[in-house]
Each structure stands twice: as structure tokens, then as C-alpha cells.
Design a protein. Structure first.
Length: 98
């Protein structure tokens, strides 16, 4: 597995506890496990919040409204004609080269 060296700033009391309780040779592994666990928990919370929101009748009504929009929304630049090598708006009185 590829690894990356990173630098973090911790509050003094937390850093002191960490240094006292976790051996130097285990600190990277300890932090990696703690971060992975916390990130998994955040993912679980987000999934749970989405599941709850998806059961909400107001959210379902809003989704139905969006689903009813069948016309593709056009981007403002989709109708623009391609102009090779030109930046900005065309000049009304272009310079003439000799």
C-alpha cells in the first residue's frame, strides 16, 4: 500500500496523551486506524441521513417535480459558434493588416 507523510497540528494536551499512551513505532498505524474508523462513521451517518430524507414526503414531492422536467437545460455556451484563436468578443471594427 502506498503511503504519504503528513504533518498535523494537535492541541498540546491531546499530543501529550498520544505520546504517553502510544509507542513511537505504533503511532502512524494508530492514527491511520483512528482516521479510517472516523471516516467510516461519517459515511454511515451521511447514508443514514440520506435514507431518512428520502422517506420524507416533502423531499419525495420535490424529486417528482425535478423528474417532471424533461427538457434538457442548455448551457449558455452550447450555441456559441467556435472561433478559432480568438479570445473575447469580436470587434465591431477589426484592424486590417497590411
Amino acid at each position: 500500500m502506498a503511503t504519504r507523510k503528513m504533518t498535523f497540528t494537535l492541541p498540546d494536551d491531546l499530543a501529550d496523551q498520544f505520546v504517553k499512551k502510544v509507542a513511537a513505532r505504533n503511532r502512524s498505524h494508530y492514527l491511520a486506524e483512528a482516521l479510517a474508523q472516523r471516516l467510516r462513521e461519517q459515511d454511515r451517518q451521511l447514508i443514514r441521513a440520506c435514507e431518512i430524507a428520502n422517506r420524507d414526503s416533502e423531499v419525495q414531492a420535490i424529486e417528482k417535480e425535478f423528474d417532471a422536467i424533461s427538457e434538457k437545460i442548455r448551457e449558455p455556451w452550447s450555441d456559441a459558434k467556435a472561433r478559432r484563436g480568438v479570445v473575447g468578443a469580436p470587434r465591431s471594427n477589426p484592424r486590417v493588416r497590411d
